[in-house]
Design a binder for this molecule. Structure first.
Ligand code: NAP
Ligand code: MG
Length: 404
């Protein structure tokens, strides 16, 4: 008899190669064992366009209502996609829409296997990154200044009062200026998401995941100072007791000190990053760990809603080769882990130990298949020892199914 579920998962299908593999993963690795319950939303580009993106909003709302979502990679439309998919419009990125509705933070963590060594020799445990995805330079106003003159900050309250206070610069000649902002509530919610993720990971792995946060508050005393202050306040007033009980610690340091410690340390912590730091550092961590296909990604809302996905995109070039009839070797590991993450979370919320055990077995089967030398091309290039042969995606999924 198949493993039963109680509440559905919000399932969001996607595009191109990941859409092809999404179906294979479900058919071969999940539905033979689990009586899968999902609310299905087709976030394929054409359907998003046909529904004027209503389907994306409905999927985000379903995720919020059900508490758990799983999402395939999706195309963010650009000019080139308009004729390719015969689109009416260029819709915004579905990930951005979902993130805004859930007010969530994205956490990424490498999936470790023994035959893949990170470029940084001291890293023994994965480093998870949480990126604050609101404001700062990503919502900045910028201006070129053509000649000498004063630049000032002006604040006009909704009530009409004007504060013209801070001189940015008395510029002796032409130059550039930039104004950026953030919101107390967004910073507080970011901190909440980080502690929620750390407590959740700690519960799943049984190993406490410390939280690190870093800014440049010695230089930016008001702006970065506010980030530091709010993070500390959220920890002290809302999470300290829970974190103490779980063994989760909170550590604040300067961003340059954090970077030095990350490179010299052994890993095994959550690095909470301001928006720009997270943009840059998540690419560094991903590259040092080998492949985007070996990276989990989960969107966590401050109220504890979890949406699981792969960190990579739709692997467009592989899809074009697949359409020509080629047996491509696209790595499905991050897609598999999106499903195991969602199933394990559902199991926890609905108290289904059999489902939790299944999610763990599927992860173990996936990792041990790779460790036994059966893997896709992206890993075969980096693995040590080198495998004898490279599998295509279907052979690899079959090899996992056999172990499972
Ligand atoms: P991508 O799909 O991540 O692929 C970039 C390259 O990375 C691939 O050509 C491939 O390199 C390698 N790669 C990524 N995932 C892999 C996997 N699972 N197995 C093996 N190799 C993998 O990024 P992109 O080509 O820049 O973007 C394609 C589309 O995805 C775009 O339309 C973009 O909007 C969308 N996208 C969606 C998301 C999301 O939904 N979360 C995220 C990013 C991008 P080789 O060609 O060298 O093998
Ligand atoms: Mg980046």
């Amino acid at each position: 008899m198949k493993i039963q579920m109680k509440t559905p998962i919000a399932e969001m299908d996607g595009d191109e190669m990941t859409r092809v593999l999404w179906a294979v993963v479900k058919d071969k690795l999940i539905t033979p064992f689990v009586d899968l319950k999902t609310e299905y939303y087709d976030l394929g580009l054409k359907h998003r366009d046909d529904t004027d993106d209503k389907v994306t909003v409905e999927a985000a709302e379903a995720t919020k209502r059900l508490g758990v979502g799983v999402k395939c990679a999706t195309i963010t439309a650009n000019a080139a996609r308009k004729p390719e998919y015969n689109l009416k419009q260029l819709l915004p990125s579905p990930n951005a829409t979902i993130r805004a509705i859930l007010d969530g933070t994205v956490f990424r963590k490498p999936i470790a296997v023994s035959c893949m060594q990170p470029s940084v020799a001291t890293w023994e445990k994965p480093i998870a990154i949480g990126r604050h995805a609101y404001g700062d330079v990503y919502k900045a106003a910028e201006m070129q200044v053509p000649e000498a003159g004063k630049v000032e900050l002006v604040f006009s309250s909704r009530g009409g009062a004007e504060t013209r206070r801070v001189l940015v610069a008395d510029m002796p000649g032409p130059g550039i200026v930039q104004g950026m902002h953030n919101l107390d509530e967004s910073i507080a919610n970011f901190a909440r998401c980080c502690f929620t993720y750390a407590l959740d990971e700690t519960k799943h792995t049984g190993v406490p995941l410390p939280v690190w946060f870093a800014t440049k508050d010695t230089i930016s005393k008001i702006y970065d100072g506010r980030f530091k202050e709010i993070f500390q306040r959220v920890f002290d007033t809302e999470y300290k007791a829970k974190c103490d009980a779980a063994g989760v610690t909170y550590f604040y340091t300067l961003i340059d000190d954090a970077v030095a410690r990350v490179i010299k340390g052994e890993g095994g912590f959550l690095w909470a990053c301001k928006n720009y730091d997270g943009d840059v550092m998540s690419d560094m961590i991903a590259s040092a760990c080998g492949s985007l296909a070996m990276m989990t990604s989960v969107l966590v809302s401050p109220t504890g809603v979890f949406e699981y996905e792969a960190a990579h995109g739709t692997v467009q070039q592989h899809y074009y080769r697949y359409q020509k009839g080629e047996k491509v070797s696209t790595n499905p590991v991050a897609l598999i882990f999106a499903w195991t993450g969602a199933l394990a979370k559902r199991a926890e919320l609905d108290n289904l130990p059999e489902l939790a055990a299944f999610a763990k077995r599927l992860e173990d089967a996936t990792l041990s298949t790779i460790e036994a030398g059966e893997m896709t091309g992206d890993l075969a290039r980096l693995a040590s020892p080198k495998p004898n042969k490279t599998l295509d995606s279907w052979q690899f999924i079959d090899a996992i199914a056999k172990r499972l």
